[in-house]
Ligand binder design. Sequence first.
Ligand code: PAF
Length: 288
Amino acid sequence: MEFAESKSEARRLIARARADGKTVGFVPTMGALHRGHTSLIEASSSEHGYTVVSIFVNPTQFGPNEDLDRYPRDLKRDLETAEGAGASLVFAPSVEEMYPAGFTTFVEVSALGDVLCGASRPGHFRGVTTVVAKLLNIVRPDVLYLGRKDAQQAIILSRMVRDLDLGVKVRVMPTVRGPDGVALSSRNGYLSAEQRACASRLFESLSKAGHLFEAGERDVSRLVSAARAVLDGEREIAVEYLEVRDAESLSELSRVEDRALLALAVRIGDTRLIDNIILDPGTGSFEA
Ligand code: PAF
């Protein structure tokens, strides 16, 4: 596996792989790699001769009171994990490499970034779209791999790629969960054993609404109430939002007629967790 810290070295290595006739898959990450990430790396390496994984804890997507400083960082372990999953190149730039002095240009996908997580994390998605636009310009992959756990991020990045004609395919891969249903996340490491037990209620809550949907319920307020009832009994869980929205436009819905996103964000102690399922009236079932 190759390694680059500078944009020029990453570009050189990727150009060489292209010259060898390889197609390029790209998995952007902030490190602390887990099975959610490795599922993306494995998917990419099964489809491309060259898989690039970026590891960059992007400061522009963290708010002033968020966990930028305590975000887990362990490059040595991440390099082993990425290599084990089939990465060809890890690109791990410094903050100065990505945001040199005088940096002042941002990419914003308006409206989609103001709801759900964007409502409580102002500027978060502007940071995500800016860094991913930069990474796509450096890597120029054929396919960008994203996880469905961050559903709003995937919707916004797909829209950015479409609106800016970036010419990359976006593949959104299923959420990977632990045996207790908890969606894998780099932030799960912040949870105590009791908090982790509480976190399993999130997927229980989404599944409750999902099963109701499978039984034919299409009324959004009834689906939301069913999911909320599971969380309302938990004193440790503070719900930030629990909403059903259109899975592409993120517009509010009163009934599920097209693919819809049932998404939630909660706080358990100091830790903010998100999760979601897709409600698909086409199949009559939900995707976890
Ligand atoms: O999902 C993440 O880890 C980040 O938001 C991303 C896409 C790597 C951008 O920093």
